[in-house]
Design a binder for this molecule. Structure first.
Ligand code: HEM
Length: 293
């Protein structure tokens, strides 16, 4: 699909870094974004626009909204809107550093960098708790159907809506649980990734079972572990044709449906929550017609 930022559909790279930016100067937004066109190739660099920047351009993207922090009952979660989100994907730490610097310097007239996060693949694609992550991700045509906008017209088709949450793990708290309690929190066995037949309703894979929603709630997860010294967790990243499937899952995870909170909250918490719209590609460059650019 040459109208999609190809990094979205590709498997995660070994190393990556995530950057977010806030708006500094409304007037300088359009030229700063235009100057990104030579840097963002959709593969080594994937870009998403947040609600604040779309507003600054006096545009609207149907379906793009601010991350909800509350679903009426259950746990409240942080909502941290950012203007821009970059997923820089390279297998070389030096290349990542130079790309991050280039992006930051190029858009400095209009945007301040808010955060930079180093991410990596752990072992065979495990979360830092040791559990395989991504097993039930849709693949091939199903990945496209779940993650990519289609049938919405020029400038929108090929785009994607991405939900991003930085989760911080409490490794000491996790280690205090027995291996049965740990497996029950996910609903899969860490040793062989088998789904547990007798998992409790709080098990993460029971909360989020994609076929169990009406309508079915499939997303394309591209999360990566992050680490900084001895701190770490998961940078949860889910691409969707809209935010609806992600929101349905999150709602159930926080117990807003039935009061049952997802088992993973015993040892991990999100500290950010943001939504972005990742524009399509056209002729090898970002297609920004929906933003009037
Ligand atoms: C630190 C946070 C999280 C961790 C460690 C985590 C870990 C996992 C693991 C180990 C699995 C089982 C293997 C797999 O199918 O990938 C899984 C499944 C899944 N997770 Fe998460 N997850 C986290 C947050 C989330 C969030 C915030 C959502 C969505 C709101 C989510 C949605 C899903 C979905 C949809 C599945 C597949 C369920 C199915 O259809 O079987 N996860 N997760």
């Amino acid at each position: 699909m040459d109208n999609v930022q190809s990094g979205i559909l590709a498997p995660p790279p070994r190393l990556a870094c995530y950057l977010t930016f806030s708006l500094k100067s409304h007037g300088a937004v359009a030229p700063a974004i235009s100057s990104l066109l030579d840097i963002v190739d959709g593969n080594k660099v994937v870009l998403g626009f947040g609600y604040p920047v779309v507003g600054a351009l006096n545009r609207q993207i149907d379906g793009l909204r601010i991350f909800p922090s509350f679903f009426g009952s259950g746990l409240a979660l942080p909502s941290t809107p950012s203007a821009l989100w970059f997923w820089v994907r390279a297998n070389d730490r030096g290349q990542l550093l130079h790309l991050a610097r280039k992006i930051t310097d190029t858009i400095a007239p209009a945007f301040d960098r808010e955060s930079i996060l180093d991410a990596f693949v752990y072992d065979t694609g495990r979360d830092l708790t040791g559990y395989e992550d991504g097993t039930e991700n849709p693949k091939g045509d199903k990945a496209v159907a779940a993650g990519i906008v289609q049938g919405k017209g020029q400038g929108m088709d090929g785009s994607s809506f991405v939900a991003v949450q930085k989760w911080v793990h409490d490794f000491a708290g996790f280690a205090k649980l027995s291996s049965k309690e740990q497996d029950d929190s996910i609903g899969r066995r860490r040793t062989d990734n088998e789904e547990l037949a007798d998992a409790p309703p709080s098990a993460h894979v029971k909360r989020t079972a994609q076929e169990s929603f009406d309508p079915e709630a499939f997303v394309l997860r591209r999360s990566m572990p992050w680490g900084n010294g001895t701190e770490g967790g998961l940078n949860f990243v889910a691409f969707g044709k809209s935010f609806d499937a992600f929101e349905a899952q999150l709602k159930r995870m926080v117990g807003a449906e039935d009061g049952i909170v997802d088992g993973i909250f015993q040892y991990t918490r999100p500290v950010t929550g943001s939504y972005f719209w990742c524009p399509p590609m056209r002729g090898g460059r970002l297609d920004l017609r929906a933003l009037g650019l």
